[in-house]
Design a protein around this ligand. Structure first.
Ligand code: CTP
Ligand code: MG
Length: 171
């Protein structure tokens, strides 16, 4: 196992961590699916995926990568010559991964906000990974490290969000 470069990992995850958490912070009224039901009688995505949250996540994820690229140009260049594009792609991917998970949760008749272990915590990571892979493909150990880190960070941040009444449930 080659040693993990924590700075590279941090540069990689910051934009989509911000995208995912600001989607939650700015989560607004109008749902992305506009209330649409599918033939199974369940919502396409549900009320937990909104225009405001999605756009805020995308914008702030991109902004994060712009700020990081401006502050640490030599570090970001070590990771990729297209760091801002990477930031945009992982942010977009994180939101898409989370939205995709909601789609499958509704198809499985799981109500909005009900926790599905691992899926709810890692949907955005794998979305980011896949869409971001056009620019940067993390190593197996980087993926493992990010996944485990995310399980802890997700738990801690959702608990905080719950305590501050930003979320109805602590996950
Ligand atoms: N959110 C949003 N738009 C997104 C993602 C999240 O507005 N694209 C906001 C919503 O207010 C949502 C909250 O962030 O309720 C928490 O996100 P998440 O846990 O992904 O949604 P849930 O409400 O748990 O719904 P689901 O069961 O569909 O995952
Ligand atoms: Mg949830």
């Amino acid at each position: 196992m080659e040693s993990l470069n924590l700075i590279h990992i941090l540069l990689y995850i910051m934009p989509f961590y911000v995208a995912n958490s600001t989607a939650m912070l700015f989560g607004g009224k109008t749902p992305l699916d506009l209330g649409k039901m599918l033939s199974d009688g369940k919502r396409l995505l549900g009320d937990g995926k909104t225009f405001k949250g999605t756009l805020a996540g995308l914008f702030l994820g991109l902004l994060t990568s712009l700020v990081i690229a401006g502050l640490f140009p030599s570090y970001t260049a070590e990771l990729t010559s297209s760091y801002v594009l990477l930031g945009f792609l992982v942010s977009f991917g994180a939101l898409l991964g989370d939205i995709t998970a909601s789609f499958f949760k509704r198809r499985s008749r799981i109500e909005r906000g009900t926790e599905v272990l691992l899926l709810d915590q890692l949907d955005f990571v794998f979305g980011a990974l896949i869409v971001g892979s056009f620019i940067y493909i993390p190593s197996f150990y980087e993926i493992l490290f990010i996944s485990i880190l995310t399980l802890f960070v997700h738990k801690a941040s959702n608990w905080i969000a719950f305590k501050f009444k930003l979320k109805k449930v602590p996950w």
